[in-house]
Design a protein around this ligand. Structure first.
Ligand code: CMC
Length: 389
């Protein structure tokens, strides 16, 4: 059609209005429902921010208490679903395991997943928030060959998650409060980021009338890619390779600049942030603090700092306005907490879940919503005849 504008990567096209998250990429501003990310990261909790994103306001103490209680009551995974994990190789990437497990989870709630039934939507919101961390921890346990633990509903959201990951049968596990707080803070920083690739995926799938489980499973797959959530894993791999190859940071940066083998500086650059990523600033502050408090000394953190320093002073990165993004320093912290590298993007998924749920809701309650159906500009062959016709 003559009026179709071509916009690779949706750089200039808004597909929706949204009242959830505000970003000013030039000023480095991020707000959830109007509240600055810095204030939420300092004072709030994962579940409080989840409520804020999903329902639009901060909850009262009673509302938050009830929400928390409901989520604790829904953490159990059907015993049959646990067998699902046995069918997968232990070498499977936990992100593939997680997205498949969320799809599989939906089969337990068929008949209770009508996007137009507010009771179903509410219940599945609770189910997703309660069960995703448990499925994530099982993906972790599976990959290291350890037994799954039952959720301990006397614990807070984050402590329960840490215990499911790091506890072992028949031994007491008490989460280190420094680690709990640091993880909670990181999860809050990831909770929403307006129309990023995975959220847009959730919205596109949701626009077809698909339920929350199907839409979010698709979102997890979109997040897995190294240019999106997979970057936190890719950063650690990159740092490890630089260290092991002995090539030195300067030489590595040269290779990035020359675009040798398409190598990029992972954890740098952002579609929207062109001066700095406010999340990266908060994560960097945490990194030193957390490593010091956990008593971990990681040469990869020093390497990351050296890399950042060199890149920030280099004309290539300056002229393209490339700065560290949220993924640059998170991996170093997750590693210090004891998570294997392949779990990093899974942690991002748990963080992003409330945003996905909020966007799915916003889409489904907006009377202007239409099925998402982009245009194309056709560049193929003109009409031609099948041989013999
Ligand atoms: N290293 C080296 N060069 C880069 C990088 C990088 N990380 N990012 C962008 N560039 C270059 C790019 O090659 C291009 O150069 P030129 O003009 O010479 O062709 C220029 O900068 C503009 O980049 P772009 O690819 O047009 O930018 P985009 O908005 O399409 O991509 C991005 C944004 C995040 C995908 C990209 O910066 C990137 O691949 N970064 C590395 C992966 C990463 O860290 N992703 C996490 C993003 S933040 C959290 C999340 O979403 O999960």
């Amino acid at each position: 059609t003559g009026h179709t504008a071509l916009d690779y990567g949706f750089v200039n096209t808004a597909a929706t209005k949204s009242a959830i998250t505000f970003i000013d990429g030039d000023e480095g501003i991020l707000r959830y429902r109007g509240y600055p990310i810095e204030q939420l990261a300092k004072n709030s909790s994962y579940l409080e921010v989840a409520w804020l994103l999903i329902y639009g306001e901060l909850p009262t103490g009673d509302q938050l208490g009830e929400f928390d209680e409901k989520i604790r009551r829904h953490t159990l995974i059907h015993e049959d679903l646990k067998h699902f994990f046995s069918a997968l190789p232990h070498t499977a990437h936990p992100m593939s395991v997680l997205s498949s497990a969320v799809s599989a989870l939906s089969t337990y709630y068929e008949g209770q997943s009508d996007p137009h039934n507010p009771e179903h939507v509410e219940l599945n919101t609770i189910r997703m928030l309660a069960k995703l961390p448990v499925l994530a921890a099982y993906a972790h346990k599976k990959s290291i060959g350890q037994a799954f633990l039952y959720p301990d509903n006397s614990l807070s959201f984050v402590d329960n998650f840490l215990k499911l990951n790091f506890g072992v049968l028949s031994e007491e596990y008490v989460a280190n409060p420094v680690m709990s707080r640091a993880l909670e803070r990181l999860l809050i920083l990831h909770e929403d980021h307006e129309q990023n690739a995975s959220t847009s995926t959730v919205r596109l799938v949701g626009s077809t009338g698909a339920n929350q489980f199907s839409s979010i499973s698709a979102g997890i797959n979109a997040l897995y890619g190294p240019l999106h959530g997979g970057a936190n894993e890719a950063v650690l791999d990159m740092l490890g390779k630089i260290r092991d190859s002995g090539e030195g940071v300067k030489r590595f940066v040269e290779r990035v600049k020359n675009k040798e083998d398409g190598v990029k500086l992972m954890g740098f650059g952002h579609r929207v942030y062109k001066n700095y990523d406010p999340r990266a600033k908060l994560v960097k502050e945490s990194a030193d603090e957390v490593l010091a408090e956990l008593g971990v000394k990681d040469p990869l953190l020093d390497l990351a700092k050296e890399l950042e320093e060199i890149a920030l002073n280099d004309e290539y990165f300056q002229s393209r306005r490339l700065y560290p993004n949220v993924d640059f320093y998170t991996g170093v912290i997750y590693k210090a907490m004891g998570f294997p590298t392949r779990m990093f993007t899974v942690l991002f998924a748990i963080g992003r879940l409330p945003g996905w749920l909020a966007h799915w809701n916003e889409l489904n309650t907006d009377p202007q919503t239409k099925i998402g159906r982009p245009q194309q500009l056709y560049t193929g062959a003109p009409e031609r005849n099948y041989p013999g016709m």
